[in-house]
Structures are given as structure tokens and as C-alpha cells.
Ligand binder design. Structure first.
Ligand SMILES: C[S@@+](CC[C@H](N)C(=O)[O-])C[C@H]1O[C@@H](n2cnc3c(N)ncnc32)[C@H](O)[C@@H]1O
Length: 201
């Protein structure tokens, strides 16, 4: 899907995603001291907004300008005096941006063809400061047969092995790489999420 397709998806009146942060974002970032975070492909900003509320200073980007406008509007209503701790920008995940700037770089359910995914991982690790973290969360391939939700195109689903292959040669150490089960309301089986936590060296 390109940015126009995503704009169309975000154009309706209702939130496309939940307002609550992802459960793994919540769990894994709660163990980190707050600092500067970059939320890549942030969508409507559920994780970015929550991180600001946990005392992080966040830059949140997405290539859908409709999503970024919505995130900004929600932030205006929700964050009060903390609003200045969130910067929202239209930006492509595959493009190189700031270098060594962030304590945390988050890629949550960003699914791209392999060459674009590798470019996004390069940009994400470059954006993290040495000692900072890159947290990747994605829908695992087994969702197609044993889980629920996520893209139905197997070529863009993310397994831990695929994420690790995409970081070969990049300056990172692996702290966690596994598939986790996430309960989904109304579904008779859990969603299967790939969760990879990297530390920039
Ligand atoms: C499934 S949504 C996830 C949104 C958010 N991370 C979350 O967890 O709620 C995927 C997002 O990726 C964005 N996206 C897809 N390809 C992108 C790219 N190349 N650069 C920036 N954003 C992209 C879409 O616009 C969409 O908002």
C-alpha cells in the first residue's frame, strides 16, 4: 500500500487502530528510563501519545499525511501541557533521517517489501544513539494459519529470523527476538506477534 491508500484508510471518522498502546510497547519501554523516542510509521499515534504520557519526548512520523493530521489533532485534545513533547511529521520510514539522536526507535506493525524493510531498519538503527534501543513489533507469518489479524500477504509478514537477517552488518546487539501471543477481543485464537528488541552498539 502506498501513502494514498493509507490516506484513504485513515479518512473515515473513526479510529482505525485502538487508542491504547500496544501491549509489548507498554511492557518493554516501561523497563527503560524515559528519554527521546522516534515512533516510525506511527499511524494515529497510539504508542507515541502514550510514551509522551510516560515522560518521553517523542517524534512521530508516518507517510500518510491524513494519519499525521489525525495524530496531531488527538494530541492537541489529549496531552495538555505535555503537547510540546510530541512532534508529528510526515516522513517515509525508508529514508535516512537524524543520526544517533534517539534513546528509543519504535517500528510497530510496519510491513514492507524486503528491500524497503531493510532500508527502514538501516534508518532506524542510524537514528538510535549508541546504547539506545530499536524495538520492532510485527505480525508473524504463522498468523495466516494459526493466528489472527495483520496483512494477508506472506511476503511482508515479519518473523524474528527475517528481522535478524535484515540487520546483518548493522551496529546492533539482539536483546530479544521471539514470537508472542497477544489476546484479541472477540477472536477465538491469539494474534502472533514478532517482538525484537535491539540495542545500538
Ligand atoms: C498497521 S499501521 C501501524 C500504525 C502504528 N505504528 C500502530 O501500531 O498503531 C502501519 C502504518 O505504517 C504506515 N506506513 C506504511 N509504509 C510506510 C512508509 N514507507 N513510511 C512511513 N509510514 C509508512 C502507514 O501509513 C500506517 O500508518
Amino acid at each position: 500500500m502506498d501513502a494514498t491508500d493509507w490516506d484513504a484508510r485513515y479518512a473515515g471518522a473513526d479510529l482505525v487502530w485502538s487508542a491504547a498502546p500496544n501491549v509489548w510497547v507498554r511492557e518493554l519501554t516501561s523497563r527503560m528510563p524515559s528519554g527521546r523516542a522516534l515512533d516510525v510509521a506511527a499511524g494515529e499515534g497510539r504508542n507515541a501519545l502514550w510514551l509522551v504520557e510516560q515522560d518521553w519526548t517523542v517524534t512521530a512520523t508516518d507517510f500518510s499525511s491524513v494519519a499525521v493530521q489525525r495524530m496531531s489533532d488527538i494530541a492537541d485534545q489529549r496531552l495538555g501541557s505535555m503537547r510540546e513533547h510530541l512532534t508529528t511529521l510526515v516522513g517515509d520510514a525508508t529514508a535516512d533521517g537524524e543520526h544517533s539522536a534517539y534513546d528509543l526507535v519504535l517500528l510497530c506493525y510496519l510491513h514492507l517489501p524486503d528491500d524497503e524493510w531493510r532500508a527502514a531498519m538501516r534508518a532506524a538503527t542510524t537514528a538510535a544513539r549508541p546504547g539506545g534501543h530499536v524495538l520492532v513489533i510485527g505480525h508473524a507469518l504463522r498468523n495466516l494459519t494459526e493466528g489472527v489479524g495483520g496483512p494477508q500477504d506472506p511476503s511482508i509478514l515479519l518473523d524474528p529470523e527475517g528481522v535478524l537477517a535484515s540487520i546483518e552488518g548493522l551496529p546492533v546487539e539482539v536483546e530479544l527476538a521471539e514470537i508472542r501471543e497477544r489476546a484479541v477481543e472477540g477472536a477465538d485464537r491469539p494474534a502472533l506477534d514478532t517482538v525484537v528488541l535491539l540495542r545500538r552498539t
